[in-house]
Design a protein around this ligand. Structure first.
Ligand SMILES: CC(=O)N[C@@H](CC(=O)O)C(=O)NC[C@H](CC1(C(=O)N[C@@H](Cc2ccc(O)cc2)C(=O)O)CCCC1)C(=O)O
Ligand SMILES: [Zn+2]
Length: 587
């Protein structure tokens, strides 16, 4: 009699090959669509998406025949549970699954081909045109036109699709009674019943730092644009922060602090080589030859593509690519490092069983993508690789540098937190279609302290103007990443014996730090993520297997002190009125 465990092992070996093969086909169909948007490539991708759902449905049935209580090998039971954890593919209603794919395809198509009109004759794509206007224009009305034009052409055009999309997802995911709604399923990636309250607590711990940055930035922007543009509720106009979603404020750094912002003489290829050099300098992998042959690193001129940058793992242990409409800007150089960070993670776990080729949780994959930017952006590092001529003197250079880092790493926190607060409330049924936009602006106003420059009504659908909402891509992973990456940075700097303030630490060329990081990366999702966290933090002070805001607060400690002094000196109010949002109609 073959033991239950032996039979399960034999099944999983066969499954591993089958799942890798069908995922290769599905990923290739996705790549072909995203790098050449046509009706045919969309139909092909939808076809493979349904084939994959069908495969998952069948194999979940096959795996359910094993009696887990008779298998004491935790690894085998974890793998079997992953085979049976198939999300919406648990629904036998393939007509509804196809409808979900069709709606997603339609929303992604609207988003990726939308052209926002900034006047009656000029309509422009988001990347790079509208992004550049929002980044570089300093004219209030011109910025407002680009901000409104984009939302009218994207979110507003897909508003009618989203209610059915939500209902179909909820029907499919609740079919076998494992999940309460689609938000419950998204959160299950973190394998923790307290995840939702844990991230809320982290956000509240970080709010004072954000509010002090917000107060300083509001004062400097008020000086530039005039006090009449700033309501006495304390909110900042959403469209003058240098980013289409006000999620990253580095582009208005020139208004906030006079600082020689060096444009450097580099090429697109050199951007990728510089990023690769960072990873190899700490002992991690270089990009395989296939990466350079198959990636799409610049926007093609002869076809429509999805420009939103992304990293791809084709699942055959050899084919890893980046798709990015790369341009020569500092922000883009960071995105290059980010996307390549994902590839490094893929390479670290490529020889694990397919089911384990994932981040320990989605936030870990994003944290890995970002971690090197904490070293790469230090003035010392930029000087080392010739992007900065001189290192600014200690003190005021420190504050300028910390301010610039805070404009991306602190400014982002409420945004990274709120997208899924909105989405989870929609999936729960707490927010119905007739208040989608009001709920969105409740969160945007109350948590980010910004308000819309032009009147918003429930005819608008501003959540749809952010890629990840029509794309059905979870977002809390970025909030988790922004917390975790500072925990890892602190631990790796300790392991690397690099002393001094955390914000000046650069792990470049440090293979001890790299190998400690790799110990975590190569685990993939073999174990619950607390064990992966300990792989990095073990033996360092404050070691923990949980998320902690302390390292982020330590990193920005000197800046918070400076901001508090500066805001006090100018008698600047900290914070803004909650539940009062200018330009937003409440139902
Ligand atoms: C096949 C596939 O989809 N692969 C996944 C990777 C995987 O899951 O394996 C993937 O490539 N996702 C794309 C996404 C792209 C970007 C993004 O969307 N960023 C967020 C939030 C943010 C902002 C600042 C920041 O410093 C870091 C993140 C935004 O721009 O709002 C765009 C620029 C940066 C990262 C990404 O790389 O995370
Ligand atoms: Zn990422």
């Amino acid at each position: 009699l073959v033991s239950e465990e032996a039979a399960a092992i034999a099944y999983l070996e066969e499954y591993d090959k089958l799942t890798a093969d069908i995922h290769y086909q599905y990923t290739k169909a996705g790549w072909i669509y995203e790098t050449n948007i046509t009706d045919e490539t969309l139909a092909n991708m939808t076809d493979w998406s349904l084939k994959l759902s069908d495969f998952k449905y069948r194999e979940a049935k096959n795996a359910s025949r094993f009696d887990l209580s008779k298998i004491n090998n935790k690894n085998i039971t974890r793998l079997l549970r992953k085979v049976m954890n198939i999300g919406i593919a648990a629904s036998p209603d393939t007509v509804k699954l196809k409808k979900i794919s069709d709606i997603e395809g339609e929303m992604a198509g609207i988003y990726s081909t939308a052209k926002g009109c900034i006047d009656v004759t000029t309509c422009l794509p988001l990347e790079p045109d509208l992004v550049n206007i929002i980044a570089n224009s300093r004219h209030y009305e011109e910025l407002a036109a680009a901000w409104k034009g984009w939302r009218d052409a994207s979110g507003k055009k897909m508003k009618h699709l989203y209610p059915e999309y939500v209902n179909l997802l909820n029907e499919a995911i609740t079919f076998d009674g494992k999940y309460e709604d689609m938000g419950d399923y998204y959160r299950s990636d973190y394998e923790s019943p307290t995840f939702e309250s844990d991230v809320r607590a982290l956000f509240q711990e970080l709010a004072p730092l954000y509010e002090n940055l917000h107060a300083y930035v509001r004062r400097k922007l008020r000086q530039h644009y005039g006090a009449d543009k700033f309501p006495n509720t304390g909110h900042i106009p959403a469209h003058i922060l240098g980013n289409m979603w006000a999620q990253d404020w580095t582009n208005v750094y020139d208004i906030l602090a006079p600082y020689p912002n060096k444009g450097s003489n580099y090429t697109i290829t050199r951007m990728y080589k510089v990023a690769e050099d960072f990873f190899t300098s700490i002992g991690l992998n270089k990009m395989p030859l296939l990466f350079w042959q198959k990636s799409m690193l610049v926007k093609p001129i002869d076809r429509e593509v999805i420009c939103h940058a992304s990293a791809w793992d084709f699942g055959n242990k050899r084919d890893f690519r980046i798709k990015q409409c790369t341009t020569l800007t500092d922000e883009q150089l960071l995105t290059v490092h980010h996307e390549m960070g994902h590839i490094i993670y893929y390479l670290a776990y490529k020889d694990l069983p397919y089911l384990y080729r994932d981040g320990a949780n989605p936030g870990f994959h994003e944290g890995m993508a970002d971690i090197v930017t904490l070293s790469f952006q230090t003035p010392e590092h930029l000087k080392k690789i010739g992007f900065l001529d001189d290192v600014p003197a200690q003190n005021e250079g420190d504050i300028n540098f910390l301010l610039r880092m805070a404009l991306s790493k602190v400014a982002f926190l409420p945004f990274g937190y709120l997208i899924d607060q909105w989405r989870w409330s929609v999936f729960r049924g707490d927010t119905m279609p007739d208040s989608y936009n009001e709920k969105w602006w409740d969160l945007r106003c109350d948590l980010q302290g910004i308000f819309p420059p032009v009147e918003r009504t429930n005819a608008d659908f501003d959540p749809g103007a952010k890629y990840h909402v029509p794309g059905g891509v979870p977002y809390i992973s970025y909030f988790v990443s922004f917390v975790a990456q500072f925990q890892w940075h602190k631990a790796l700097c300790k392991v690397a014996n690099i002393s001094g303030p955390l914000h000046r630490c650069d792990i470049y060329n440090n293979t001890m730090a790299g190998s400690r990081l790799n110990d975590m990366l190569k685990m993939g999702s073999t174990r619950p993520w607390g064990e992966a966290m300990l792989k990095i933090t073990n033996g360092t002070d404050g070691q923990t297997n949980k998320l902690s805001a302390a390292p982020l607060l330590e990193y920005f400690g000197p800046l918070l002190k400076w901001l508090q002094e500066n805001n006090r000196m100018y008698n600047e109010r900290i914070g803004w009125d909650k539940k009062k949002c200018p330009n937003v109609q409440s139902a």
